[in-house]
Design a protein around this ligand. Structure first.
Ligand code: IMP
Ligand code: MG
Length: 172
C-alpha cells in the first residue's frame, strides 16, 4: 500500500475550485439564510475552506452517519449525530467529501426531507460516478475522479491520511 507521489488534485486546484464553488453558492442563495450541514468526518476540511468563501448569513451544523465497519450494509444508513435544532423551513446545503455508491447521501436526503426544509441541496468535493448504485442529485461538485481510492484533505483510509493537504491516490 502506497501513497501516490504526485497529487491527483493539487492544493492550488482545490483552492481555485473552492473559490468558484463559493461564488456560485453565494449567488444561488443570495437573500436566503443557509444552514450548512457538514458530514463528519471527511468533509470537515473541505467545508471549513468552502464556508469561508460564502457571503452569509450562514449557520453550520454537523451530521454523522453510523459506520458499518466490517459489516455488510443492511438497509439505509442511520445517523449517530443529527442537528437538534428544527430544520423546518431551512435552506439546507449538505457538504460531503465524496459521492461513491450514493447510499449514505441518499439516506441523508431522505432523513432530512422528513423535516420539511425549505430547500435541500448537496455540495460534494469529489464524485466517483462509476461506483454509483443510487442516483443522488448533486447541485455543486468540485471534481470528478476515476475509480481509485483517494485520501487526503479529510479523506481517510482506516482513519489515516486525513491531514494530507491535497488529494492523493492510495495504491492498494
Ligand atoms: P457511499 O455511501 O458509498 O457514497 O459512501 C460515501 C463515503 O465512503 C464517503 O463519505 C467516504 O467516507 C467513503 N469513501 C468512498 N470512497 C472513498 C475514497 O476513495 N476514499 C476515502 N473514502 C471514501
Ligand atoms: Mg470515511
Amino acid at each position: 500500500m502506497q501513497v501516490s507521489n504526485r497529487p491527483l488534485i493539487s492544493r492550488a486546484e482545490l483552492d481555485r475550485r473552492i473559490v468558484e464553488l463559493g461564488e456560485v453558492i453565494s449567488r444561488d442563495y443570495a437573500g436566503r439564510e443557509l444552514l450548512v450541514l457538514v458530514v463528519l468526518k471527511g468533509a470537515v476540511f473541505f467545508a471549513a475552506d468552502l464556508i469561508k468563501q460564502l457571503k452569509g448569513p450562514v449557520e453550520v451544523d454537523f451530521v454523522r452517519a453510523k459506520s458499518y465497519q466490517g459489516v455488510e450494509r443492511q438497509g439505509p444508513a442511520t445517523f449517530s449525530l443529527f442537528p437538534e435544532a428544527s430544520l423546518f423551513g431551512r435552506n439546507i446545503l449538505i457538504v460531503e467529501d465524496i459521492l461513491d455508491t450514493g447510499h449514505t447521501t441518499a439516506a441523508l436526503f431522505e432523513r432530512l426531507r422528513r423535516e420539511n426544509p425549505a430547500s435541500l441541496a448537496l455540495c460534494a468535493l469529489l464524485d466517483k460516478p462509476s461506483r454509483r448504485q443510487i442516483s443522488v442529485p448533486c447541485a455543486y461538485l468540485g471534481f470528478t475522479v476515476p475509480d481509485v481510492f483517494v485520501i487526503g484533505y479529510g479523506l481517510d483510509y482506516n482513519e489515516q491520511y486525513r491531514h494530507l493537504p491535497d488529494i492523493r491516490i492510495l495504491e492498494l
